[in-house]
Structures are given as structure tokens and as C-alpha cells.
Design a protein around this ligand. Structure first.
Ligand code: NAD
Length: 499
């Protein structure tokens, strides 16, 4: 297991050996063609924990060649009975569970996730593989009563070589959302993890080989977005690119993908509304609100980070939110009781702190947080206390831009129409929550809000079985559920003349 290889004379603060991660291409574990590598840092203490190959254009070429060969194999993956593909993906799901503690610890040290949350994500990824294991042989076409005498039917076929580019906030989970449906449909995949978080991607590809997925069907290229990622997006040998990340990167990928008119699916940024009517069960709301905005240190595209509250409930909502926020335990991600770890990097913390300064200049008021923790034991990490801003207007930058950190803003409204107008006054449209005991009002509001993933009297946003994706500048296409299989298949119509 290459990712677990350690250099005997080097250990990090926890006494764990440094890891040497490699790419997985054509079933082989490889360094970059030019031998370059980059360091992977633990954001909890700033220490280097691993090195990973700095892949670029030549490595992507190599991965595309391997993937194309594996896809073209007449007795290979794409031509296996769908049920056999499904059973192999189920083996991979089981291997993820068998290795879940190792994967969770790897992820937690790599991106600063509290260990409990990291375990949940690894299990979540295994459930995604289970779902698409079952879906593989439930993907079928139609027969269509056309006007000519004959039989008309459709086939759902894999696209071929697909490029999958994922971010650092939920590394193994975002990878599973793409790899599992892509492979279930019979494609050959090239996964590129974010530079901050390459470790579990490589390990996942190793487990895929162990599960019996043929070499070349699931490849991992590590390296920077501007070179490795851009080469995938532009490569003429890749038929589809699926991307999760920032909206501006998504726009660049659309441009790069235009060269060979790649199929694209994009899961992009968000600034999601969280509408609280005065008649809501505020105690129940307070029970889940911190999770919806501060989970993963707020580095969550679905964070419902604009709390749009009916004026008459404003004071009570701010009191409940402030109380719940103060109770959150910020600390070492390896500690079982930690609820919020560090941000992914010191650079990301600096970016978020710049937003906090902008909010103060704009005249918003910090109710809780706003600075790194006082605890000297956390001084070396990218920690930041969860922050609540009150007296915010929707046109302030802290309400308009995706901060991607533990910062939430409270914006009051007077009427139902105003709540919907404020919710939609953003270029994004990913998710949102609506809280009210009046189900008619909640449903009217849900109809009005332009977002792909809404919850009523709940802050949960992701269900493996249900579609996930954004309106407006939050993306193109829907992942998860049976919808995701449409992203990884072509539809072929066949007419047979029976006259
Ligand atoms: P990012 O856009 O910086 O990077 C995402 C991935 O794209 C990385 O692998 C990166 O290396 C690669 N990349 C960067 N530049 C590239 C280029 N020019 N060509 C090809 N690839 C390139 O995003 P991030 O900082 O890793 O993640 C945070 C962003 O992701 C946030 O905006 C967040 O909202 C979004 N996100 C969206 C969803 C969703 O489902 N909608 C889920 C998670 C994260």
C-alpha cells in the first residue's frame, strides 16, 4: 500500500511516519513523469505529513492512454455483464468499510476534519459505492412507438474515458459521488484530487484494484489544478469532465472542455439561504443550526450561511444561535470530542479572516467569534472560532460572497415575499432550509426559492438516493441518485425496419 509507505527516519508530531503517496495509473503505482513531488501538510499543526507526485500534462496523457486501452478491451469492464460490475463495486464498498479507520485517520490528518466526522464520511462513501453497485444493472433504455413501421429502442452506453476533478473539503466523499456512477455505467475514470488532499484518493484506487476493478479503469493523477486539472479538462481523449469546486474554476473548465465539446457536469459554489419564520419550532431549529453552518469548519458548499429570519423572531433566533455556537468544541481533530477542527490551511484562514474584517467595515456586528482561539495548544494550526454576524444586509459582501469558513450572517425580513426575494438575490442556487410550522407557507416558499436542494424543518441536504446539484451559478447537472447515471452515459437510439 504505497500511501502507507513511511520513511523510517522521519516522523510527524504524533510520531507517525511520513507518507509517500503515488499516483495509480494502469494499475501501477507511479511517481510523476518528471519526478517532481509536493508536500502535504496537516492543518492542525502545520507539519508536513506526506509527499505526493506533482503530476502534469505528461501524466494525464499516460492516464488517458491506460484508461482508453482498458475501456477498449473487448472482454473488459465496459463489456462485463452489468451485474458483475455491480458486484465488484460492492466489494469495493466493503473494502472501504474494512479499512474505514485507516481512511478516516488519513483524511482527518490531511484536512483537519474531526475524527468522528471523518469516520462518517468514509462510511458515507462506502454507501455511495453500495448504491451504484445496485444501480449498475438497473440502467436500461426505452422502446418508443415511432411513426414508421418498425421497432425503435434506446441503449444507454458509457461515454468512454471520463475525467473527475474534486475539491478538498470532502475528499473521499466527493470522489465517491463521481467514481461510483462513472464506473457503474462502464466508463474508465481518471480522478484528480485537490492538491491539499490527495491521500484518500490514492488509497481508494488501491482498494479498487484489490476489489477486482481491472487496471486502467480507475486511475488517480495528483497535481495542481492549473496543470494536471487543466490538462484533464482540455484533453481530446477525455469525453466527459465532472467537476466540483469553485464557480470561477468551473467557468474555466467549461472553456477548456469546449475544445472537443466534452460533456460536462459542475457542482459549484453556494451562499445558501436559511429561512426561519417566526412560527417555526425554534428549539428544534437551534438543535441543528450549528451543524448546518459550521460542520466541516463551514467549508461546505451547502452551508446555509445566510440566516434570513422573520423580524419578530430575530432576537430569540440570535440568542439561540449565539448560545449553540459558543457551546461548540473547537480543537484537535484527533480528539474524539472535537466538533470543529482547523480550516484546511493557514491561507484559507487568512481569506476567511479578511472577510471578517470586511464585515466589520461594512457595519455588521460580531455576536460570537471573529478570531482564532486563545488556547496556546492550537496556536500552530489553522483554527478560527465559529463566527456569527448580526445586523447584516443582503448586499454586504459577507452576505453576497461564498466565504467557505465558519462564518454565518443574520438578515431580518418582514414578509414571506421579502424572504423569497432575499433568498434568491444571489447568483448561486445550491441549497437552502425553510423553517415554519405552517406547511402551506413552507411549501410556497420552497416553490419560490431557486435552489437544487431544499429541506423543510430540517437542515440535512444530502441523500445518496436523491439528486444533488445547483441552479444558476451553482452548477450544471445532478449528482447522486439515478440522476447521476445520466451524467456518465450516452443515449443511442436504434430503429429496426420491420416492413
Ligand atoms: P477549486 O475550484 O479551487 O478546486 C477544485 C479542484 O479543481 C481541485 O482539484 C483543483 O486542483 C482543480 N482545479 C483548480 N484549477 C483548475 C483548472 N484551471 N482546471 C482544472 N482543474 C482545476 O475548489 P476548492 O477550493 O478545492 O473547493 C472549494 C469550492 O468547491 C467551493 O467553492 C465550494 O462551494 C465548492 N464545492 C461545491 C460542491 C457542490 O457539490 N456544489 C461540493 C463541495 C465543494
Amino acid at each position: 500500500m504505497t500511501v502507507n509507505e513511511t520513511t523510517p527516519d522521519a516522523t510527524d508530531a504524533a510520531g507517525i511516519g511520513l507518507l509517500r503517496s503515488q499516483m495509480v495509473i494502469g494499475g501501477k503505482q507511479l511517481d510523476a513523469v518528471d519526478g517532481q513531488a509536493f508536500e502535504v501538510v496537516n492543518p492542525a499543526d502545520g507539519k508536513v505529513i506526506a509527499s505526493a507526485p506533482m503530476g502534469g500534462r505528461a501524466d494525464v496523457d499516460r492516464a488517458v492512454d491506460s484508461a482508453q486501452k482498458a475501456f477498449d478491451d473487448r472482454t473488459g469492464w465496459a463489456n462485463w455483464p452489468a451485474g458483475k460490475r455491480g458486484r465488484t463495486l460492492a466489494k469495493l464498498a466493503a473494502l472501504i468499510r474494512d479499512n474505514s479507520e485507516e481512511l478516516a485517520r488519513l483524511e482527518s490528518r490531511n484536512v483537519g476534519k474531526p475524527i468522528g466526522a471523518a469516520r462518517g464520511e468514509v462510511v458515507g462513501a462506502s454507501l455511495v459505492f453500495d448504491y451504484y453497485a445496485g444501480a449498475a444493472n438497473k440502467l436500461f433504455g426505452e422502446t418508443i412507438p415511432v411513426s414508421k413501421p418498425g421497432l425503435d429502442f434506446t441503449l444507454r452506453e458509457p461515454i468512454g474515458v471520463v475525467g473527475l476533478i474534486v475539491p478538498w473539503n470532502f475528499p473521499i466523499l466527493m470522489a465517491s459521488w463521481k467514481v461510483a456512477p462513472a464506473l457503474a455505467a462502464g466508463n474508465a475514470a481518471i480522478l484528480k484530487p485537490a492538491s491539499y488532499s490527495p491521500l484518500t484518493a490514492t488509497r481508494l484506487a488501491e482498494l479498487a484494484l484489490e476489489a477486482g476493478i481491472p487496471p486502467g479503469i480507475f486511475n488517480v493523477v495528483t497535481g495542481p489544478g492549473g496543470t494536471a486539472g487543466a490538462s484533464i479538462a482540455a484533453h481530446p481523449g477525455i469525453g466527459k469532465v465532472a467537476f466540483t469546486g469553485e464557480t470561477t474554476t468551473g467557468q474555466e473548465i467549461m472553456r477548456l472542455a469546449a475544445g472537443n465539446v466534452k460533456k460536462i457536469s459542475l457542482e459549484l459554489g453556494g451562499k445558501s439561504p436559511h429561512i426561519v419564520f417566526a412560527d417555526a419550532d425554534l428549539e428544534a431549529w437551534a438543535g441543528s443550526v450549528t451543524g448546518s453552518v459550521f460542520d466541516n469548519c463551514g467549508q461546505d458548499c451547502c452551508a446555509r450561511s445566510r440566516i434570513i429570519v422573520e423580524q419578530s423572531a430575530h432576537d430569540r433566533v440570535v440568542e439561540l444561535l449565539a448560545g449553540a455556537t459558543r457551546r461548540l468544541k473547537v480543537g484537535d481533530p484527533a480528539d474524539e470530542s472535537t466538533e470543529m477542527g482547523p480550516l484546511v490551511s493557514l491561507r484559507q484562514r487568512e481569506r476567511v479572516m479578511d472577510y471578517i474584517a470586511v464585515g466589520q467595515r461594512e457595519g455588521a456586528e460580531i455576536v460570537v467569534g471573529g478570531a482564532p482561539p486563545d488556547d496556546p495548544a492550537l496556536a500552530g494550526g489553522a483554527y478560527l472560532m465559529p463566527t456569527v454576524f448580526d445586523r447584516v444586509r443582503n448586499d454586504m459582501r459577507i452576505a453576497a460572497e461564498e466565504i467557505f469558513g465558519p462564518v454565518v450572517v443574520v438578515i431580518p425580513f418582514d414578509t414571506e415575499d421579502e424572504a423569497v426575494r432575499l433568498a434568491n438575490a444571489t447568483p448561486y442556487g445550491l441549497s437552502g432550509s425553510i423553517w415554519s410550522r405552517d406547511i402551506g407557507k413552507a411549501l410556497r416558499t420552497a416553490r419560490g426559492v431557486q435552489a437544487g436542494v431544499l429541506s423543510i424543518n430540517s437542515n440535512s441536504s444530502v441523500h445518496t438516493e436523491a439528486p444533488f446539484g445547483g441552479y444558476k451559478m451553482s452548477g450544471v447537472g445532478r449528482e447522486l441518485g439515478m440522476h447521476a447515471l445520466e451524467l456518465y452515459t450516452e443515449v443511442k437510439n436504434v430503429f429496426v425496419d420491420l416492413s
